[in-house]
Design a protein. Structure first.
Length: 290
């Protein structure tokens, strides 16, 4: 493991791009045939819904189809915790609504769908490119970006009219991690300030918050590239999938305060010394071990 040391945060020892093994699967080899059968059955059951999702524009019918797909895939539960709100209290009134901006950590393609489940209004997903400029991702391009493990899948240009009366989700890291920490942002302070200034031209109050997503089981995160079939097999082999969601408030509009909000109450570790370039180098070393 020494060869991976330089790809870890020196303060915490966290290696954010190290794939997490499926320990449950390795301990139960006798269950592998059963898992394969479950995976095949779920794939067959979900394919008609997935095809319809691709063909039908966003509306109430698509929402029902998506819920059916997520249920078949095993996404059975999620828990939302809001900063300053007791767990016993109903959090429905604190869920994302239009004209709010949320910074979100990036762990897998499933992030898109859990955000869809908790959103009370339509939303837009933005991810920075290598220069730090924010670009727009739809469902399919987000899935591709999450599975490619790097920046090879790019987003599209957008106008601020497309953000009007929408929830804006920003994935500032620009790349996926294993969910153990927040990696340095690809989004730059300059690009963020320019974006936020233009966004506020509509004279509306755009509250800024963070969402820290924790996916269980954690081996479903995709810090490195994985092809679609591999991931679907991994996803559909799990009896259940769960998310823990932590929403924190940002004191002001600087990216430093955004990072502080992620780390509030020790809920997320902020790592240093690793970025998209070091991730690409790590991927070569990690793949080369085989």
């Amino acid at each position: 493991m020494e060869k991976y040391t330089k790809f870890s945060d020196k303060a915490t020892g966290i290696s954010p791009f190290m794939p997490i093994p499926n320990n449950n699967g390795s301990r139960s080899p006798a269950l592998i045939p059963l898992k394969v059968l479950v995976s095949i059955a779920r794939t067959i059951g979900s394919m008609p819904f997935i095809i319809l999702l691709a063909l039908i524009p966003i509306n109430g019918i698509q929402s029902l189809l998506l819920r059916a797909v997520l249920f078949i895939c095993g996404l059975l539960s999620y828990e939302v915790n809001i900063q300053g709100v007791k767990r016993a209290k109903d959090t429905t009134g604190f869920l994302p609504v239009k004209n709010e901006v949320y910074f979100v950590n990036f762990t897998s393609m499933m992030d898109y769908f859990i955000l869809w489940l908790i959103s009370k209004d339509s939303f837009v997903v933005l991810i920075p490119d290598v220069s730090g400029k924010l670009t727009k991702f739809n469902t399919l391009s987000f899935i591709s970006r999450a599975l490619c493990g790097d920046d090879s899948i790019t987003g599209s240009e957008f106008t601020f009219n497309e953000l009007t009366n929408k929830i804006v989700y920003i994935f500032p890291e620009g790349t996926t991690s294993n969910g153990k920490s927040i990696v340095p942002f690809t989004l730059t302070e300059t690009q963020w300030k320019s974006f936020y200034t233009d966004l506020c031209q509509d004279k509306k109050t755009h509250k800024i918050k963070t969402i820290f997503l924790k996916l269980y089981p954690s081996h479903l995160t995709t810090p490195l590239n994985l092809n679609t079939l591999q991931y679907l097999h991994r996803l559909l082999s799990e009896p259940s999938i769960n998310y823990k969601i932590r929403v924190n408030f940002v004191e002001d509009q600087t990216l430093l305060k955004v990072k502080n909000a992620f780390a509030y109450n020790g809920k997320a570790k902020i790592v240093q010394g690793v970025d998209l370039n070091s991730k690409k180098e790590f991927a070569k070393v990690f793949r080369g071990r085989r």
